[in-house]
Ligand binder design. Sequence first.
Ligand code: GAL
Length: 401
Amino acid sequence: MRNVFLFSFLFILSATLCAQRPAANGERWYDTGGKQINAHGGGVLQWKGRYYWFGEDKDTVTNAALTGVSCYVSRDLRRWKKMPTALSVDTTDATSPIARGCTLERPKVIYCPLTKQFVMWFHLELKGRGYSAALAGVATARRPEGPYTFVRAERVNAGLLPVGMNQAERQRMDTLREENYAEWWTPQWRQAIADGLFLRRDLRGGQMARDMQLYVDADGTAYHIYSSEDNLTLHIAELTPDFTRHTGRYIRVAPGQQNEAPCLWRHGGWYWLLCSGCTGWAPNAARLYRAPSIWGPWEGDLGNPCRSDAPLRPASKTFLGQGTYVLTLPNGTELFMADEWHPQRPADGRYLWLPISYTADGMPRIVWERIKVPSKKITGKSCRSWHTMLNPRRMKCVVGY
Ligand code: GAL
């Protein structure tokens, strides 16, 4: 009996210590219940003074979705309380698009003032069909944490050409035939991709939508940003006022440049887009684009804004991470959120959250920091710590970062 008490005491003690231990980039992060946080490819919704972190609830051995989308709530971005599953996969109907075992990635949630609904979009692949479906999924809820009800999943903007495509470009696209470009990666093939070879291929059935982001602009218009055309070209597509459909207006960004993991934010009069290259779960160098309007013209690749002096966290590999979201805090701090994928043990994937700073000429910089332990007494170096920056009440410390 004594052993049982001792065991319970040690268990509770370790859970408490885990829950209170400050998180360092790349280490295991724990929720307030002492469990490892499982919210990969995620994003954060800010709502009434709370942060809602949504992400892929991954399994220990497979990347297939066995649970759905997880949700954690916090007031300070440090202590995260796990909520019930926000969007559950369908365990009863094997024919459901979100049947248990599907691939459900990169969920993001925004609030729609018109309908007073919370709207979740995600990248969906049908069970047993690899990455061929390339669908955009949508679900809605009345409360930020859910439960979310699945609405539909589909290819995007079927039958519609991008905004601003002129007659000459349209004619050029119409001459492109896939059989003439059987060999991929040749200069001719690359040109054909940029000119719309796959755009044309998918015109009737709708455009592919894989790695994705949502962005609500200052005027309240929401956009869906996604890797399309076999991950070769990004699209930015406008959503309807209820945020649950596409209006049909969209643009292509960086045609043929193979971008994934798009993160969009606004700073200093520019819209910034930070992406990764396409190397699956393996990290690669980030790329930066910018535009004066969300509708472009998008300029770039402007290079990799990451910097690191830690050999094991090379900037050339985005510190071993891949972007998932840029969170702008009420105090103006912008946090780049990235995943360190562990594909052999998906649930154990780690998180890297780093503040974005700017050079004198206004270019974003993301500098590797393992994160200092936040101390009660905030002085000198600890002022630069990530947690300090997160706390709006300690804004003083942010200045001069
Ligand atoms: C990554 C992508 C992830 C996931 C993975 C599958 O490039 O960003 O979200 O789709 O590929 O290999």
